[in-house]
Write a protein that binds this ligand. Structure first.
Ligand SMILES: Cc1ncc(C[n+]2csc(CCOP(=O)(O)OP(=O)(O)O)c2C)c(N)n1
Ligand SMILES: [Mg+2]
Length: 289
């Protein structure tokens, strides 16, 4: 791999680790939070905010900006973490998580935080909103793209499949849906609660261009983002195999960490693991200079 590409990937891994620390900071402030889904989706959200999307925290309403929609709104800590790291708001605001009147409530609210494009949290609506934004770009002759992250436990919501049919009909190749396929939802295995596999074949049958990747592997993520749109005239779907609570040393792939009532001791342990990772990545970047 060329040195530039190695540096690009190491920088993104470093950003993802810093963003995971932002998530822990919010959870410490609030005493709890949806860590599982925030950590499984953190790598794709980092790559979108720091490598892919045309967005500027100094000009957040630019009509030509790319749009990001977190359909699975309960994962909002990963979006807040990225917005803070990108400079959309002061990091002190992270310490207001869980407080009455906070700009960063338990689900994203576009009226409270600049950079949030729509209110989400009631599962199943992000894809429809994203469709509307992508269709508007086509109608207005604009070249911005729309990206949305949905969860595997969110896919049983029927509205997703109305949106999937419409996106293909209207040839929304400026739309990409990332399925955070961590295998778990609020109460256990997605395949036990409502089996939606094979997710890739379902989207393909609806007329989408689909790829399956390791959604916690930055190299694969970057390659995939570089390849968008996968096919002219078709919306793109990335089925991301991920690990719920990825990066939480004691919580990975454990449905009990869907929503975490934290303890200071375990928060310290999680921060220490991330600090170690950050140290190694900084060293790697130093060597790549
Ligand atoms: C319409 C609706 N029904 C139920 C819920 C409650 N709920 C919140 S998160 C969640 C599970 C979502 O699972 P998944 O999409 O796999 O996300 P993950 O837990 O992996 O982050 C549920 C059912 C909701 N937010 N909205
Ligand atoms: Mg899930």
């Amino acid at each position: 791999m060329a040195t530039d590409q190695k540096r690009r990937i190491a920088e993104l891994k470093l950003k993802a680790a810093l963003c995971r620390k932002n998530v822990l900071r919010m959870i410490r402030a609030g005493g709890h939070g949806h860590v599982g889904g925030a950590f499984s989706a953190m790598d794709i959200v980092t790559a979108l905010y720091f490598d892919k999307m045309n967005i500027d925290p100094k000009d957040p309403k630019n009509p030509d900006r790319d749009r990001f929609l977190l359909s699975a709104g309960h994962k909002c800590l990963c979006q807040y973490a990225a917005l803070a790291e990108k400079g959309f708001f002061e990091k002190e605001i992270l310490d207001t998580y869980g407080a009455l009147g906070s700009h960063i409530p338990g689900h994203p609210d576009m009226h409270k935080l600049t950079g949030v494009e729509a209110n989400t949290g009631a599962l199943g609506h992000g894809m429809s909103i994203a469709n509307g934004m992508a269709a508007a770009a086509k109608l207005d002759g604009k070249s911005y793209c729309v990206y949305t992250v949905t969860g595997d436990g969110e896919l049983p919501e029927g509205s997703n499949w109305e949106a999937a049919a419409a996106a293909a009909k209207f040839k929304l190749d400026n739309l990409t849906v990332f399925v955070d396929n961590n295998g778990l939802q609020i109460s256990g295995k997605v395949t036990d609660v409502m089996n939606m596999e094979p997710i890739d074949k379902k989207f393909e049958t609806f007329g989408w261009a689909v790829r399956t990747i390791d959604g916690n592997n930055m190299e694969e993520i970057v390659e995939t983002l570089d390849a968008l749109p996968f096919e002219e005239g078709k919306p793109s779907c990335v089925v991301m195999k991920t690990v719920k609570a990825k990066g939480l040393p004691f919580g990975e792939n454990n449905a009990a960490f869907h929503f975490w009532n934290c303890t200071p001791e375990l928060l310290d342990e999680a921060n220490a693991a991330l600090d170690e990772q950050i140290g190694m990545l900084e060293k790697e970047l130093e060597e790549l200079k």
